[in-house]
Design a protein around this ligand. Sequence first.
Ligand code: SAH
Length: 171
Amino acid sequence: LTLVEKKTQATKATEMILIATFVDSPYNLGGLSRVAEIFGCSALHISDLGVLKDSAFTSVSVTSESNLNIVQTPPPILKGFLRSKRAEGWTILGVEQTDSSIVLGDEKAPKLPKKVVIVMGTEKTGIPPDVLVECDSCVEIKQWGLTRSLNVQTAAAAVLYEWRREWGDGL
Ligand code: SAH
């Protein structure tokens, strides 16, 4: 067995945008940068680009941010952004446990939308209700344990992994 060498070329970006505007912790934002870069998101939206200098961010992001398009989209302008993307033909997908969420990877469920804007919630209270109604649908990761929810980085990784499983290189 040999370890795979680090790739020299950045992953080709795809029509998959990750919204982390509601994520507060620099540590979680660093993890989301890493996950978004690794799975080839075309952009990561966060509320304040200042966090990129935070040592908690960089300790987890491991320079992924330099290979990723990170955009400042604070809460007041997010709804407008989501609506403009929908008008351009994108589907807005909330990642949240709701009473009407589709279970991720369910064999009876439709594939994830190919051209997709993926919205994550805050660590404490999830996606705010006024943004939840902007989502075309929601997807949830099935849980077996008693703990209420996954860490937001973990949840994002599961969804991006599943998108890649369904769409491959997305070409
Ligand atoms: N609704 C949660 C919020 C905290 S988890 C609660 O009330 O405890 C932070 C974010 O991670 C959520 O908003 C969601 O985007 C994501 N998340 C965590 N676990 C999830 C799951 N099982 N399915 C879908 N999203 C999840």
